[in-house]
Design a protein around this ligand. Structure first.
Ligand code: UDX
Length: 448
């Protein structure tokens, strides 16, 4: 069924490891390539360097079946692959909103001179529109047998395996029928199982990813803008979101108000889109994305301001417990983590902050070594004056006032992810605050 195609996956980061293991599970022979010797060694012995449910098992079964291995050698990759997937990172540049494409360029520059037989190079990384066309031109002159396609990835952390094996859509940006056919062969199983397949041009394929992430970010910031209005006007954004989402044209998904979006994709993709649109002379067309970003960041300062309010207007030396470091539950990723940003802001306001997370502590320690961490929930909440729930892990959502009784010093809690039911907390004498809910509105709702 897979036509005997041999695949390489260039870049063993989040996307690359997932893609490589999933393609091996579909029956392909797969060679993963990364310049990090340590990581390659780890992967070859079945150790997953990231947290992703179900991926470790898939990695080990690919290795055991002899269909999957990892190398640092581009020479080996060039000799091995019929299709080379570019899965390197495209982080935000430190000096602007633009995407840093150096890893994508480095990987094409390393591979291209070694290619001596026909192959397809399929980019999966998220890149600014126009990148693929430029790379295709470079490749055409350097190695005529190699063709370029763009095949963006839409996987979410936490559900990356299912998103890769059963995607709702597969996008193939191609310049020939042959490239389309090869990608149809690669994804034959998901297509047969019902995934929609869209063959389009390179630019539309690149935009398919950028526009999707911009839309999702806009939806989250829209509901968070309504949260700001609710806080001022006396509404409850949680009911508002339910009512809005009941309209099938709007839908419930991505209308969870709270601390906003973070992670390795949405924030930097929104900024890279704004930067690229400006370069193209159409900055005004996506000017609203500035506001999407600003609304998102304002939620973080709002959570800090609420903490100050609950602490009575002075945070100097006040013990504050932060529950959550990952940018979302089900992940150990702390890139652009809203929770860690709030921890940083509160530390700057003088609070004595302790952070706990069930999966992301190691990464958090590496990313923000200046913050103070606890190894357990009990240790983190010990003697706290204010507890903030900033990442909605199930173990935090299962908290009850009884579970913190006798541990915290003051009964103040901020639910920034709409994870808790306020009623039992208030009944137990806690000051309970939630983002997007005016305090007196909640009081009225409670007394009703
Ligand atoms: C996202 C896209 O969903 C995925 O298609 C793309 O390939 C990569 O970027 P991911 O970053 O894994 O995936 O996380 P996602 O589940 O989309 O959540 C992003 C952020 O938005 C998280 O911080 C999450 O907490 C937040 N979020 C999500 C909300 O605040 N409210 C919501 O309603 C949904």
């Amino acid at each position: 069924m897979n036509g005997g195609l041999r695949l390489t996956v260039l870049g063993a980061g989040y996307l690359g490891i997932t893609h490589a293991a999933c393609m091996a599970s579909l029956g392909f022979e797969v060679l993963g390539v990364d310049t990090d010797r340590g990581k390659v060694g780890q992967l070859n012995t079945g150790h997953l360097p990231i947290y992703e449910p179900g991926l470790g098992k898939l990695l080990r079964s690919g290795l055991d079946a002899g269909r999957l291995r990892f190398t640092t050698s581009y020479q080996e990759a060039a000799a091995f692959g019929d299709v080379h997937f570019i899965c390197t990172g495209t982080p935000q540049r430190p000096d602007s909103g633009h995407a840093d494409l150096s890893q994508v360029h480095a990987c094409v520059a390393a591979l291209a001179p070694l290619l001596d037989r026909p192959c397809l190079i399929a980019g999966k990384s998220t890149v600014p529109v126009g990148t693929a066309r430029r790379l295709a031109a470079e490749l055409a002159s350097a190695c005529p047998g190699a063709e370029l396609a763009w095949n963006p990835e839409f996987l979410r952390e936490g559900t990356a395996v299912a998103d890769t094996l059963s995607p709702d859509r597969i996008v193939a940006g191609v310049t020939s029928r042959r490239a389309e056919e090869i990608l149809r062969q690669v994804y034959a199983r998901p297509i047969a199982a019902g995934s929609a397949f869209f063959a389009t041009d390179l630019e539309t394929a690149e935009l398919a990813k950028t526009a999707a992430n911009a839309f999702l970010a806009t939806k989250i910031s829209f509901i968070n803008a309504m949260a700001e209005v609710c806080e001022a006007a006396g509404g409850d954004v949680r009911s508002l979101a339910q009512i809005l989402g009941a309209d099938p044209r709007i839908g419930q998904a991505f209308l969870r108000a709270g601390l906003g979006f973070g992670g390795g994709c949405l924030p930097k993709d929104v900024r890279a889109f704004v930067a690229r649109a400006k370069d193209l002379g159409v900055g005004d067309a996506v000017g609203f994305l500035h506001e999407v970003d600003a609304i998102n960041l304002r939620r973080r300062t709002r959570a800090a301001d609420l903490t100050l309010e609950l602490a009575g207007g002075n945070l100097a030396g006040v013990p504050v417990c932060i529950l959550g470091a990952a940018f979302k539950p089900g992940s150990d990723d702390v890139r652009d983590s809203p929770a860690l940003d709030v921890a940083q802001i509160l530390t700057g306001m003088g609070a004595s902050v302790t952070v706990y997370d069930p999966a992301a502590l190691d990464n958090a320690r590496r990313a923000r070594p200046e913050l103070c961490y606890a190894a357990t929930l009990a240790e983190a909440t010990q003697d706290a004056h204010v507890v903030l729930l900033l990442t909605e892990w199930p173990e935090f959502a299962a908290l009850t006032p009884g579970s913190l009784e006798g541990i915290v010093a003051r009964r103040n809690i901020i639910d920034a992810r709409s994870a808790l039911d306020p009623a039992p907390w208030r009944e137990a004498g806690w000051q309970f605050r939630a983002l997007g809910v005016a305090q007196d509105t909640v009081a009225t709702a409670d007394s009703a």
